[in-house]
Design a protein around this ligand. Structure first.
Ligand SMILES: NC(=O)C1=CN([C@@H]2O[C@H](COP(=O)(O)OP(=O)(O)OC[C@H]3O[C@@H](n4cnc5c(N)ncnc54)[C@H](OP(=O)(O)O)[C@@H]3O)[C@@H](O)[C@H]2O)C=CC1
Ligand SMILES: Cc1cn([C@H]2C[C@H](O)[C@@H](COP(=O)(O)OP(=O)(O)O[C@H]3O[C@@H](C)C(=O)[C@@H](O)[C@H]3O)O2)c(=O)[nH]c1=O
Length: 281
């Protein structure tokens, strides 16, 4: 049995569609602000593998709640990884492009140095470090710009705002790969299989949707697919001030994904079901 931390989030919901028989631990069963609960659940259930799909993901709020974000994003994964090492089972942990500083224009490789710009990215970086040092067999899947039918995300924000306004001002100098949650769920399962087959598969992997685009171009594609006539005005990041700084270059080099039997997904076809659901609602 696979144990998934997270029940209602985007990736956890996508996992539920692929492996309904897995055990999904929500906040009621394992609150990540109490890391010892996570370790205790692993010891109690003795699963065949663990996927951590829960995290503190409110990027701007994390600037003010850095300690809570650190407990959830770093200390809880540390406790999970330690428990996995003790039971002798692999852990798949999800991380983010926001561990990078976004300088330059090239795609970042998994081994490139990290230097987070904001509290969320800093706590995710600390979580990665703890998993890496835990002694467990692990895969850290760094992904970016996640969207899906589930929960909140940029696609749903654009559909909501696009239904209310004729023109939107969207940052055009942050570039990255929007990633469907379904592709992340699939990759987590492939990573678990790879770790079961060969513990040498342990490592950091990058997964983002293709092609890389700016948020403004992504918004235009969303409106195009939805048939909404919304003018997207390109603006620089400095004209959209937010509490947390965001990296400009979020391009991820995903070439090592083949080692865990995964590939980069195209993001555009994944917009359709979200738009259909939005129109029906
Ligand atoms: N969203 C994105 O754009 C990106 C996400 N990622 C990473 O991908 C992973 C999955 O993200 P995604 O599915 O989008 O996240 P969501 O924000 O959709 O879901 C996060 C989940 O974590 C749960 N959670 C938060 N705090 C706690 C807590 N204290 N105890 C228990 N559960 C908690 C939430 O539960 P509840 O519903 O009860 O609040 C929710 O189910 C995370 O590791 C994230 O850092 C990486 C790159 C981009
Ligand atoms: C709503 C809106 C946003 N934006 C910009 C702000 C920001 O730079 C960008 C995306 O905004 P969001 O707040 O949706 O994105 P954000 O919460 O920063 O998304 C991040 O979430 C975390 C969890 C991750 O790990 C990252 O990979 C990334 O997906 O769009 C505009 O320019 N105009 C707008 O009207």
């Amino acid at each position: 049995m696979i144990l998934v931390f997270g029940k209602t989030g985007q990736v956890a919901s996508a996992l539920r569609e692929l492996v309904p028989d897995a055990h999904f631990a929500g906040r009621d069963e394992a609150d990540l602000s109490r890391p010892e609960d996570c370790a205790a659940l692993i010891a109690k259930l003795q699963p065949s593998g663990v996927i951590n799909a829960a995290a503190y993901t409110a990027v701007d709020r994390a600037e003010e709640e850095a300690e809570l974000a650190r407990t959830v994003n770093a200390q809880a994964p540390a406790a999970m990884a330690k428990a996995c090492a003790e039971v002798g089972i692999p852990l798949v942990h999800i991380s983010t492009d926001y561990v990078f500083d976004g300088s330059g224009e090239g795609a970042r490789s998994p081994d490139d140095p990290i230097a987070p710009l904001n509290a969320y990215g800093q706590t995710k970086a600390e979580g990665e470090d703890a998993v890496r040092k835990s002694g467990a067999d692990y895969a850290i899947i760094r992904t970016s710009w996640v969207f899906s039918r589930f929960g909140g995300n940029f696609v749903k924000t654009m559909l909501r705002l696009g239904a209310e306004r004729d023109t939107l001002r969207i940052v055009a100098d942050q570039i990255g790969g929007p990633t469907p949650a379904e592709a992340i769920a699939k990759t987590c399962l492939s990573a678990l299989d790879a770790l079961h087959a060969d513990r040498a598969a342990s490592g950091v992997y990058h997964l983002s949707g293709t092609p890389d685009v700016s948020w403004a171009d992504f918004a235009r594609a969303i409106f195009d697919e939805a048939g909404l006539e919304v003018t997207v005005e390109d603006i620089p990041t400095k004209d959209f001030p937010t509490p947390a700084a965001r990296p400009l270059n979020s391009r991820l080099d995903c070439s090592s994904l083949s080692a865990i039997g995964a590939t980069r997904p195209q993001w555009r076809p994944a917009l359709e079901p979200i738009i259909e659901e939005f129109k029906a609602s």
